[in-house]
Design a protein around this ligand. Structure first.
Ligand code: ATP
Length: 772
């Protein structure tokens, strides 16, 4: 298949020259001006997306570096991996504490001030409440639009893409991390219908990636001593640890974090990685717990007494009867339907937003977020005013529940627009409260019937609508908490009905609220095992495990009937080319050659003229080029694959340029470190525009042999495309050469040839060293 483009390779003193006229015209330079991921839902330009190189590029510099490694290198490398796992855990745990501390305090101040003012005037209270929310949301959208566009949304689709082998520019940068942390504080503290858990996964991934590349060179926060993880493969492992740490920190669910990484975000998993991910999650649990213990004594303002994402509902329904399984399955069906509807509506709205709104620029995005903040504040303040208050339920005084309790400091009932002190407003209890406290109230298993059906339905309709329109605005936003709130509302409604129907059974509405939350998340995100464990960990109630499993299975099955999971749909909408774990059925009947029919392969001769290389790079957007040479009999031989980013290294350094059009000797070996070839994660890296050459330099030659990957993966043209897909997906490849059926076999490797004994291993190493 390497025949599409004519190329002359050096023969005798002939000059390397490409037939330019046959080269395809580029539709735009790939590594163009600085691009990064935009607001959530924006279609990423081709220049903002690039595949990662999980394959080891064994060029000269790599082999040189391998040969020079001392015997202490491997222990140092392993130790550093564990150290980084520890640091990722500590960093993500601290980031989670900081975000929670800030959100809880902002919310606490907001409610304290608002409640103090409404004693005198509801109108002024509403004004102050709205302005407070608006200021926080404005700060968030301003940071995202002006400073860190890639921090918009949850970041989970992009991280899922990264771990699938697609690098989206900007998602793992230092400024994205900063934007994510401060943006989350503004958007969640500002009372929007979104959560901070998804952004924490992104935060963990950013921390992991930055540690992996030894800091941020751009902000002079980097150290070469820790810059050891130079391959995308190592960074992928660290980012996996970061994702697990994010979930572990968000929900204080270490095992849930590990399973989330395994089930939802990674595409490759090994038992060694499992160990490290497990360790990182455990570290997060310790860090978060220590901080919580410290804050419980009141040192952290409003954070500590009630904050953080954990809803301990132990003491609730101890057991369940078989009659309850039917209504519980109904909750699963409702979750599947509402979850799939949520995915579909957010898909339509995101497309609409992208076409009509976000094209108009940052100002429109800021205006949109502020408008949604105003609407959210108005609904959450005004609707509870229309409800009548009820007398506080008769509670067990040892239960720890007080009624009413000032919101923002602890969960429980809110005395809002009530004539007497011993009353509470049920709608305000869930609407005019911090999210964590509202969920704690909905899950509450210690009392009965504290919410009227009317309030729950009002909240469900309004909050569902708000969550749909809020999704996709230019602020950091997670969907876990809105999902839990929506699900627990209809779960509680079903619970109320079941309590009435099965009067004799000991049924808790709070248990149904929990199952509702699980069902909505299952119906929208389509996770099962990880969600199940997260729900058990956050509620601290193992007895409900089989019930949670039941609703998750039902809701996922129902949701899958209609559409894909939320993250997959959003990834596709953004143009992130995710490869599923299995090839499509039709690929079984296709051959490798069918996938590259009519392709004119752009090759480079081994010794190329500098001007020719520049031309190829400027007129093509491809990132990999086969390199060809002439064999002894004058036949054309493919000697490897060269990456665009690797070609730019000698072009920028210029030290390898030569006057002769013949292959160079081995003198070039020491001129480049392997680190020269490493591109920082999620940045655009070097571009052809960074190369400035004089006329004389353009006329020189470059021998590409030292810079290419001499052993790219190759498949015969008649291999089934399904097989190629599995090879590509499982090895995390970026390019595969398709060649005619090979004519000769030089050997055959079986399992036994790969099981080298220790002695023969040493012999081989010694032989290799003597040859090199
Ligand atoms: P990625 O986008 O995954 O980082 P890439 O940039 O090398 O890899 P693209 O240029 O985006 O690949 O590929 C677009 C199309 O061009 C694909 O169909 C691919 O097979 C084809 N292609 C890639 N490299 C070459 C090449 N050197 N010559 C001809 N066609 C190519």
């Amino acid at each position: 298949m390497l025949s599409g483009v004519e190329h002359d390779v050096p023969d005798g003193i002939g000059m390397a020259r490409l037939a330019w006229t046959r080269l395809p015209t580029a539709d735009g330079e790939r590594a163009g001006p600085s691009t990064s991921a935009g607001a959530d839902g924006e279609l990423l330009s081709a220049a903002a997306i690039e595949s990662l190189d999980y394959e080891v590029i064994e060029n000269y510099a790599y082999r040189e570096e391998q040969a020079q490694r001392s015997k202490f290198w491997v222990p140092y490398y392993v130790m550093l991996k564990w150290l980084f796992s520890l640091l990722i855990g500590v960093g993500t745990g601290l980031a989670a504490i900081f975000i929670n501390l800030a959100v809880e305090n902002f919310s606490g101040w907001k409610y304290t001030v608002t409640f103090a003012i409404i004693k005198h005037s509801y109108f002024v209270g509403f004004f102050v409440y709205t302005v407070f929310n608006l200021a926080l949301v404005f700060s968030s959208v301003y940071i995202v639009t002006n400073f860190a566009p890639a921090a918009a949304g949850s970041g989970i689709p992009e991280i899922k893409g990264y771990l699938n082998g697609v690098d989206t520019h900007g998602i793992l940068l230092f400024r994205t991390l900063v934007g994510k942390i401060f943006g989350s504080i503004g958007s969640v503290g500002g009372g929007l219908a979104l959560g901070k858990e998804g952004p924490l996964v992104h935060t963990g991934a950013c921390i992991a990636s930055l540690l992996g590349q030894g800091g941020s060179a751009k902000y002079h926060l980097s150290s070469r001593w820790v810059r050891i993880f130079e391959s995308d493969r190592d960074r992928r492992d660290l980012v996996t640890c970061g994702c697990a740490a994010g979930v572990a920190a968000a929900f204080r669910a270490p095992v849930g974090g590990v399973l989330f990484a395994l089930e939802e975000v990674t595409s490759w998993w090994r038992s060694h990685l499992m160990w490290r991910v497990f360790f990182t999650s455990a570290v997060v649990a310790v860090v978060v717990r220590s901080a919580m213990n410290w804050c419980n004594s009141g040192k952290c303002g409003h954070f500590g007494a009630g904050g953080f994402i954990i809803w301990d509902i132990s003491g609730g329904q101890e057991d369940y009867s078989y009659q309850e399984l039917f209504p519980m399955a109904i909750i699963g069906v409702i979750g599947g339907l509402l979850g799939a509807l949520f995915n579909q509506l957010t898909l339509y709205i995101t497309k609409w937003r992208r076409t009509y709104l976000h094209k108009k620029g940052k100002r429109v995005q800021i205006f949109e977020a502020c408008l949604i903040s105003l609407v959210t504040s108005t609904i959450s303040f005004v609707l509870p005013l229309l409800r009548k208050c009820s007398p506080c339920p008769q509670l067990d005084t040892n239960s720890g529940i007080e009624c009413p309790h000032p919101p923002g400091t602890d969960g429980n009932f809110v005395n809002f627009y009530c004539s007497k002190d011993g009353e509470y407003n049920d709608l305000a209890t869930i609407f005019f409260n911090t999210q964590d406290d509202a969920i704690r109230n909905l899950f509450s298993a210690k009392t009965f019937h504290e919410y009227s059906a009317q309030s729950l339905i009002t909240f469900l309709v309004m909050f569902y609508s708000l969550a749909v329109v809020t999704f996709g605005i230019a602020v950091p936003a997670g969907q876990f908490v809105p999902g839990i709130m929506i699900g627990s509302t209809y779960g509680r409604l079903v619970g109320m009905f079941v309590v009435k129907f099965y009067k004799k059974l000991n049924i808790e509405e709070g248990t149904y609220a929990l199952l509702g939350a699980a069902s909505f998340l299952g119906g929208s995100m389509r996770m099962t095992v990880s969600l199940c464990v997260i729900m058990v960990e956050i509620t601290n109630n193992l007895k409900l495990l089989p019930l949670i499993m039941l609703v998750l299975l039902v809701s996922k099955a129902v949701g899958d009937f209609f559409n894909e999971g939320l993250y997959e749909e959003q990834a596709r909408l953004r143009g992130i080319p995710l490869l599923d774990s299995r090839p499509k059925q039709v690929m079984r009947n296709m051959k490798a050659r069918d996938a590259c029919k009519n392709q004119k392969v752009v090759c480079l001769p081994r010794v190329s003229r500098v001007v020719d290389i520049i031309f190829v790079l400027r007129t093509n957007k491809h990132n990999g080029f086969p390199v060809v040479d002439r064999g002894q009999n004058g036949e054309s031989l493919v000697i490897g694959l060269i990456l665009r980013s690797h070609l730019l290294v000698p072009l920028q350094a210029k030290v390898d340029f030569q006057n002769s059009p013949f292959p160079c000797g081995p003198g070039v070996l020491n001129r480049h470190n392997f680190s020269d070839f490493v591109k920082p994660a999620s940045s655009k890296g070097k571009s052809i525009d960074d190369i400035h050459l004089t006329e004389d330099e353009l006329g020189l030659y470059l021998d590409l042999a030292p810079f290419l990957n001499p052993s790219p993966y190759i498949v015969p043209e008649d291999m089934s495309l399904a097989k190629v897909y599995n090879l590509f997906r499982q090895l995390g490849l970026r390019h595969i050469f398709v060649v005619p059926r090979p004519s000769r076999v030089v050997g055959l490797i079986t399992r036994k040839d790969l099981l080298l004994e220790e002695d023969s291993n040493n012999d081989v190493m010694a032989e290799l060293q003597s040859t090199s």
